[in-house]
Design a protein around this ligand. Sequence first.
Ligand code: A2P
Length: 272
Amino acid sequence: MSHAPPSPVTETTFPIPAGVFAETVTEVVHYTDRLFRFRITRPASFRFRSGEFVMIGLPNAERPVFRAYSIASPSWDETIEFYSIKVPDGPLTEHLQRIQPGDTVLMRKKPTGTLVLDALLPGKRLYMLSTGTGIAPFASLVRDPETYEKFEQVVLLHGCRESAELAYGEELVAQTLNDPLVGEMAQGRLLHYTCVTREDHPRRLRVTEAMTGGRVFADLGLPPLDPAHDRVMICGSMAMLHDSKALCEAAGMEEGSNSAPGAFVVERAFVD
Ligand code: A2P
């Protein structure tokens, strides 16, 4: 794990804009040169549904830059976790990647999003299809007992360029299976499937290819996608969303929303 240089974030004294929470960073973990996660304190009045996103920013300008971030921690958690990419010259992430415990992060008060259990019709098996930091909303959902109350099986798929980028998901799954609240529910029911595209790996292919080619189903011993019983949540880059949506539609699934639940739901992973 790498460590970022000291933060300039605490040195600024701009007023906190109206309608936002100013929260304190409690933990920062860097995974690679491109990826890190952090936690902030949770305001007592802040409520959200697992899988939703919120706008966050830094108090380093009169008019701070805000970006949408999926909340990676579950709705019952005492702190709020985010998983982020570090974009060179990204208006927010070039500063955000240097935050340290004790720094302030701004968070708008209203969470929203479609990767929520309420936007899906009842089903037996839930596929979570992600690439890169698109795993973040699923980090929230796999740690939520409601996910296991609604689905018999949960399949978390994560595709990255290199295997070092799978570390966050591997840590997440290991921790979830040992968690006092959800561990027992998740054991034997939470399946984790990873692929890597840009280095040697036993599964060197894209997650979408692993689905359409049937590799996921063969490797995990599962039947092909069935619109009657299977549900899919999708989060990644625009191109990945497009291809994932197409494979769901080809399987006869209809897209859902908060107002009209369906067989699959889509959210883009938000970066600078
Ligand atoms: P690839 O290496 O073939 O581009 P990124 O870090 O750029 O967001 O990419 C994360 C992962 O998503 C990479 O493995 C990348 O594969 C993959 N990816 C890129 N485009 C798509 C797509 N249209 N469908 C599925 N996976 C994709």
